[in-house]
Design a protein around this ligand. Sequence first.
Ligand code: AMP
Length: 130
Amino acid sequence: MPSIFTQIINKEIPCYKIAETDQFIAFLDINPNAKGHTLCVPKQEINKIFDMSEKLYLDLMCFSREVAIALEKTVPCKRVGVSVIGLEVPHVHVHLIPLNDMKQMTFQHKETQSEGELNALAKQIANNLV
Ligand code: AMP
């Protein structure tokens, strides 16, 4: 069974897309810790981040950095936090979380945003990509 992120990559289920390349996609997390919480995902379905080739790992970090810079331009925050977990979705993804408070890194504090707000935010972040 393909992961939920592979289904997003294959356009079988929708997402609030921010960026896409041949190898990676970035979209908003549907259950965000903070406004702008973004996931950067390799299209190749690999379970654990340190099982990736060194090249793909470094390319994912470069892609995540570009998205994080656009995110920080868009969402007022002290800094963008980075986390890699994968306990819920076993397909590599880098969480980028605009932070004002440590509790936003706990994955227990959640924000509620409407579909319209999420759509608008994804477009604003995309517009700030260089
Ligand atoms: P983890 O695997 O523990 O790193 O967490 C997976 C993350 O994926 C969680 O923050 C979920 O809210 C997020 N997530 C799960 N399904 C979707 C989806 N369809 N679109 C966007 N984010 C999702």
